[in-house]
Ligand binder design. Structure first.
Ligand SMILES: Cc1ncc(COP(=O)(O)O)c(C=O)c1O
Length: 371
């Protein structure tokens, strides 16, 4: 990682220091409260659990430190995306979505935005710039996109979108702020599912929105307060704890993914391998330019649905599970979730297991389906 990313990682566990009084606990206390003591004028204090919570404040402080921008926490990645759509859009707006990104974002637009008069178009991530942005209120990209791992040039899309009067929102779930900081490349908004690597232990759903635009932060905060789309304090506490080790986990996961991807490249059972860190990957040059690391997701195809299921289910160090970014390696055959990919397409999330042990398990399972 760059020096600045390392500096951010080093400061992260010490963010609370300046607010500590003598005798305060060093770890973050969990505040479970629906109401607060508010005699008289309560302006400037916590008043009600739908408006604010000290545990949210602490996790938002950490996320803001990592994103370099104010952050608003949500109970899931989808809740964060909803806050952007419902907090910022109005009837008559048109938006642009990735055709190959997380399918639920498209479902949200189709089932819940369209009936309110917000229309959407879709473009492939790798050619997102083509066609321009005239007439759009919001362009929404995911890079690398889940599950195909194509990427787009955030700075170029931001510039073109903003010149046409559109906002650019980037779903940074696959990268985390240690892998890529879209706001530094000119994006207006970051959304992310902290359910994945930021929490990292697959026991909590969480999300956040980051922006350097105060009006955007006010809009999504207002949406959270009025819609009641609020994170639970305990979930916020767990994500705060997860973020303390994100740098270490992410470093291990990305390093291991580079090793595993290189070895998968030579395996006869694999085709269509995608990993932005491979020099042969169509995204590699752009990935080098805008990402701090190449991430921990790898995708590839096996010959059939059965072979993909067998590979996943027979691999001793692989959880057969949807989602990604946990300490345990996991994999999923994505066509079973409705993604437009081949039946044997596998998305693999590299976890924190020692890499040689992990490779041995992956290779053994691949060899078994090749035999
Ligand atoms: C890229 C991306 N964005 C958003 C989400 C939604 O996150 P959550 O499940 O926390 O709502 C996901 C979930 O898999 C995702 O992969």
């Amino acid at each position: 990682m760059s020096e600045t990313a390392n500096a951010r990682a080093a400061a992260l566990p010490h963010l609370r220091d300046s607010g500590l009084a003598k005798g305060d606990p060093i770890p973050l206390p969990l505040t479970m409260a629906a109401i607060y003591h508010t005699p008289g004028d309560a302006t400037g204090f916590d008043q009600y659990g739908r408006f604010s919570n000290p545990t949210w404040d602490a996790v938002e402080h950490m996320l803001a430190h990592l994103e370099g921008a104010p952050c608003v926490a949500f109970p899931s990645g989808m809740a964060a995306i909803c806050s952007v759509f419902f907090g910022l859009l109005k009837a008559g707006d048109r938006i642009l979505l990735p055709a190959d990104g997380y399918h639920t974002t498209r479902a949200l637009a189709d089932r819940f935005l369209k009936p309110f008069g917000v229309t959407y178009d879709m473009r492939p991530t790798s050619t997102f710039l083509d066609g321009g942005f005239e007439g759009y209120r919001l362009a929404f990209v995911e890079t690398p996109a889940n599950p195909g791992l194509d990427i787009c040039d955030i700075a170029a899309v931001a510039k073109a979108a903003q010149m046409a009067g559109a906002l650019l929102a980037v779903d940074n779930t696959t990268m985390t702020p240690f892998g890529q900081r879209p706001l530094d490349h000119g994006a207006d908004i970051v959304v992310a599912a902290d359910t994945k690597a930021p929490n990292g232990h697959s026991d909590v759903l969480f999300g956040h929105v980051a922006s350097r635009n105060a009006d955007i932060i006010a809009a999504v905060t207002g949406w959270r307060e009025i819609s009641g789309s609020i994170p639970g304090p305990f979930e916020a506490w767990l994500v705060h704890r997860g973020l303390e080790t994100l740098d270490v986990r992410f470093d291990r996961m990305c390093s291991s993914a580079e090793v595993i991807a290189r070895r998968l490249k030579g395996h006869p059972a694999i085709s269509g391998l995608r990993f932005p860190g491979l020099e042969s990957d169509p995204s590699h040059n752009l990935a080098r330019a805008q990402m701090e690391r190449f991430g921990f997701l790898i995708s590839f195809e096996l010959a059939s649905e059965d072979k993909a299921e067998d590979f996943i289910n027979n691999c001793d160090l692989m959880q057969a599970a949807t989602s990604f970014g946990g300490v345990h390696s996991s994999a999923e055959r994505r066509s079973k979730r409705g993604d437009a990919v081949a039946a044997g397409f596998v998305r693999l999330s590299v976890g924190c297991e020692p890499v040689e042990e992990l490779w041995k398990a992956v290779e053994a399972s691949l060899d078994k389906i090749s035999g």
